[in-house]
Ligand binder design. Structure first.
Ligand SMILES: [Zn+2]
Ligand SMILES: [Zn+2]
Ligand SMILES: [Zn+2]
Length: 53
């Protein structure tokens, strides 16, 4: 039995879909990258082309 749970990255400008297993969990929200998880205070963008975050 396989459970695949996919969520949109919690960063508002990010379009990435992440699986719960691979996501960065911060404060109960799931993010696709460290940059998204920290709110892009020091890291711009994510590693995904087409996102404007
Ligand atoms: Zn993204
Ligand atoms: Zn993201
Ligand atoms: Zn982002």
């Amino acid at each position: 039995m396989t459970t695949v749970t996919q969520l949109k990255c919690a960063c508002p400008k990010c379009l990435c879909i992440v699986s719960v297993e691979d996501a960065i969990n911060k404060d109960g929200k799931y993010y696709c990258s460290e940059g998204c998880a920290e709110g892009h205070q020091t890291l711009k963008g994510c590693h995904h082309q087409g996102c404007e975050c």
